[in-house]
Design a protein around this ligand. Structure first.
Ligand code: 3PY
Ligand code: MG
Length: 264
């Protein structure tokens, strides 16, 4: 493997580009990475918080994604270092840690995501993310440089603490989970609210001040995306694989209904 998708992900963002991703909830084939790559997606989320994902399946999907040039980020269900270690030493090349409310939590997550001397990640027998030609020490050093560690901002408390979270050593970027944040703010589904726009502005300012990037997921409204990109969001969770499928299926049904009403 030459340039890893993690390096490309960082380079695209630092060059001012946008990185698109999808939450792999229901796909059960390692080919999903190649399909997303074909459509211009740069990353995927292997979701252990909200999907029926299993570790072995995540392993196969993550390695297939890397070989296709797509960055596999695992979302653990918790901040537990053992859970994070199991994901990162089995295919994932980064972590989207959910519900990070404080800089202390962010620091513990960052430490769980890298090998010594930068962190406390336990050393496995091999790291297949980089193929099979590197010695373990070289692979661990490369992993430390490449792994992408992202703290999800999903509560009012997290927004209050976002400057400290973004500034935490070892945190590469922050990611606004708009759905959880809106529910926490008492505005369920309020994707077009002033409060969400303000939270996005607070997060982009905080991250920008320390040279970190901002991601966003949740909004089903295109106008919200337009504003968020304008505000500086560079990492986009467009939607999950289930809604991508529904969108495509609805589109085809509408097309054929237009050709012949009996098609519905
Ligand atoms: C959220 O919106 O709460 C997420 O976790 C990601 O979209
Ligand atoms: Mg969430």
């Amino acid at each position: 493997m030459t340039v890893s998708p993690a390096t490309r992900f960082r380079a695209t963002i630092s060059g001012g580009g946008i990185v698109l991703g999808s939450n792999v909830r229901f796909s059960r084939s390692a080919e999903i990475g190649a399909m997303l790559a074909e459509c211009g997606f740069a990353w995927m989320m292997l979701d252990f918080e909200h999907s029926p994902m299993t570790p072995h399946l995540a392993y196969d999907i993550a390695l297939g994604a890397i070989r296709s040039g797509v960055l596999p980020l695992a979302r653990p269900a918790s901040h537990d270092a053992c859970e994070i270690a199991g994901l990162l030493t089995n295919g994932a090349l980064g972590v989207l840690a959910p519900h990070v409310d404080t800089a202390e939590q962010a620091a513990a997550i960052a430490a769980a995501c890298r090998f010594a001397p930068r962190g406390k990640l336990s050393v496995p027998g091999s790291l297949p993310q980089f193929g099979y030609g590197l010695k373990l020490a070289e692979a661990c050093a490369r992993f430390n440089a490449e792994v992408v560690v992202i703290a999800m901002i999903e509560s009012a408390r997290a927004v209050e603490n976002v400057a400290a979270i973004a500034a935490t050593e070892g945190i590469d970027g922050i990611f606004i989970g708009a759905s959880d944040l809106l529910w926490d703010l008492g505005l369920p589904g309020g994707y077009q609210s002033r409060e969400l726009a303000e939270a996005v502005a607070t997060c982009t300012a905080a991250a920008g001040a320390v040279g970190k990037f901002v991601g966003l997921g949740g909004p089903p409204v295109e106008a919200v995306w337009r504003a968020a990109i304008g505000a500086g969001v560079r990492m986009v969770l467009t939607e999950n694989d289930m809604t991508l499928l529904l969108r495509g299926a609805r589109d085809r049904a509408a097309f054929f209904a237009g050709l012949h009403p009996a098609a519905r």
